[in-house]
Design a protein around this ligand. Sequence first.
Ligand code: AMP
Length: 414
Amino acid sequence: MRFDEFELNDQLLEAISYMGFEKASPIQEKAIPEILNNHDLIAFAQTGTGKTAAFVLPILHKIAQNPDSGINTLIIVPTRELAIQIEQQIQGFSYFLPVNSIAIYGGGDGADYSVEAKALKKHTDIIVATPGRMISHLNVGKINFENLKHLVLDEADRMLDMGFYDDIMRIVSYLPKKRQTLMFSATMPPKIKKLAQSILIKPKEISIELSKPAEGVVQEAYFVGDELKTRLITHILAEKKEYSSVLIFTSTKAKVNKIASGLRGKGYRVEGISSDLDQKRREEVLMEFRSHRARVLVATDVLSRGIDIKEISLIINYDVPHDAEDYVHRVGRTARAETTGVAITLINKSEYRKFLRIEKLIGKEVPKIGLPPELGNNSEAEPPSEQRIFKQNKKNFRRPKRAPNRDNPAEKHS
Ligand code: AMP
């Protein structure tokens, strides 16, 4: 589903597109309409599913449609890292909107504290806070929550594990009763149900099943530029002779032919399959591969979901799939039915961010392997941090007349 199908504010849609989001993730598809319809919500979803945008986007849309003074939204999260991360996403999405936000968390110095206190007193639309820090502000001064419309509890199960139940209940006691409350949690223990019963009203419930590659798959990755990818695959095929059936995935039909002919040029029996082939030709190609007459099959993602070819020992992702779920499907072609298999992903510079998202979704970091020295210089060996990618993306934004000052939320309105 595309984001414009939610009928979101135009400036918000513009920022979504600058952030590089094309299609809504499953949690976004389910949660955004419920939140726009003002329902309370309890959503079971893990980090990596796109849950942050699932609540940030409809909230920003509502603020943009009905700008008001005072604190509109309070987002409570377990850790400072998450507070910073969420607030960064809010800044990205609200870049073209007169909406401001601040992250409030412990561990900083006195100067941070007074900046936070000022933001809480002035017109700051969205506060992202850790429970402890929020309580210490509540203890010191009066905070005007009169206009608060949304309360979000993110990673609620983790907050309860960290012993924040009482703090959360205390914070809630300062908020207007008439509000929309959204709760996100990776798991569903009884204490989450208890919390939900005490602070949510007739919530809609959403649950996102997270698929994960089978335990038997060994996952590895290389940081490598496109110009070296075919040579690297040739090297892998030569090194791993024991892998008699190798499936190479790529995201476009055009690349299927390019990769297949590149490898044929190196002397391998290679077939390519994509939706360009008619049914009869597809059957023939699959037969060549199943019968081991062709050692390598190059395919697009269409193939990763449907077909059942047993005994594929090695999967190579020539590029990082756009959709994190596609990675799971691609990798799922090997190590079926408790056997073992290897899945190798080739990541170029522009794909780092997508791969980070995949690692978040599968809940682990995939080991990165250095290129074999005979391939020569690899300019893409060093991945940028997520922070740097974010800054890079923001640099590409079309700027308003003057860039807003991040330390002074009120400036965004000027
Ligand atoms: P989250 O689960 O909110 O921590 O999101 C995980 C990562 O996925 C973040 O880096 C987001 O920027 C990214 N992301 C979330 N939704 C989308 C989407 N619809 N398309 C592309 N990337 C997304």
